[in-house]
Design a protein around this ligand. Structure first.
Ligand SMILES: CC(C)(COP(=O)(O)OP(=O)(O)OC[C@H]1O[C@@H](n2cnc3c(N)ncnc32)[C@H](O)[C@@H]1OP(=O)(O)O)[C@@H](O)C(=O)NCCC(=O)NCCS
Length: 212
């Protein structure tokens, strides 16, 4: 299977049913950290639940729908990114992400999402990629902002959690905007040549951080 280097020691790979035990062990480390912020169906409690999630994504991928990718840091599964929705006919997708607490703040998820955007908006020719998060999820909104997404609106009191209904933000980026971000030289660096493709995961992340 393929592997994309995100930075030293960190890589992005498909997360598939044969990873069920590894995924279940990772969820034991991540569960309470991600529970307030992700869909309840993703936060399973045991090996069967973890396997069910991976099988569900595999089935949806087989129909050219949702897809799931893991992030490994020093050989340990620490989180991932996904297409929670992928509709080639409509030209739209939605991207999601999660990390276990020890993997936060290391610059893993933004370049992993850039790989997905490259593929969806470039290789697959989709037109629009969305990002949805609880309005008080500052770290998630920061990823959307770093990717160059625009906050398009708020679904008021859409998200019920622990007896409270939270607002949900909808962010998005369109294919021409993703490509344009890639071809502009970073501010203050006139020497940097233009690129013909969107930034991807390895060298590109530092590049993206500077154009934000
Ligand atoms: C949302 C979530 C994935 C974001 O994780 P994150 O670590 O903040 O995002 P990234 O992996 O892109 O890393 C960016 C951070 O790494 C830091 N960083 C450290 N080293 C870095 C490097 N070499 N390069 C780039 N950034 C680096 C950045 O400064 C930034 O931290 P800051 O925001 O404190 O300044 C994480 O908070 C999470 O899993 N939350 C719970 C689940 C969740 O909310 N999922 C999303 C549902 S919508």
């Amino acid at each position: 299977m393929f592997e994309r280097t995100l930075r030293d020691g960190a890589s992005l790979r498909p997360l598939e049913p044969w990873h069920a035990e590894e995924f279940a062990a990772h969820l034991d480390r991540a569960r309470e950290h991600i529970r307030p912020w992700v869909g309840p169906g993703f936060v399973t409690d045991d090996l069967d639940g973890a396997r069910g999630t991976l099988r569900g994504y595999a089935e949806r991928q087989a129909a050219d729908g949702a897809r799931l990718f893991g992030i490994w840091l020093d050989a340990t599964l620490v989180g991932g990114v996904m297409f929670t929705a992928f509709d080639a006919a409509l030209g739209c997708c939605e991207i999601g992400c999660w990390l276990e607490p020890g993997a936060e703040g290391r610059g893993l998820v933004t370049p992993a999402c850039a790989v997905l955007l490259d593929w969806a908006l470039g290789t697959r020719g989709l037109h629009r990629a969305e990002w949805r998060c609880r309005a008080d999820n500052e770290r998630s909104a920061a990823v959307a902002r770093r990717l160059g997404m625009t906050l398009e609106g708020v679904r008021r009191e859409f998200w019920p959690y622990a007896g409270t209904r939270y607002d949900k933000q909808v962010w998005a980026i369109l294919a021409p905007d993703w490509t344009a971000r890639a071809v502009q030289p970073p501010r203050g660096d006139a020497r940097r040549p233009s690129r013909s493709v969107a930034p991807t995961a390895t060298e590109p992340f530092e590049y993206q951080r500077r154009v934000c």
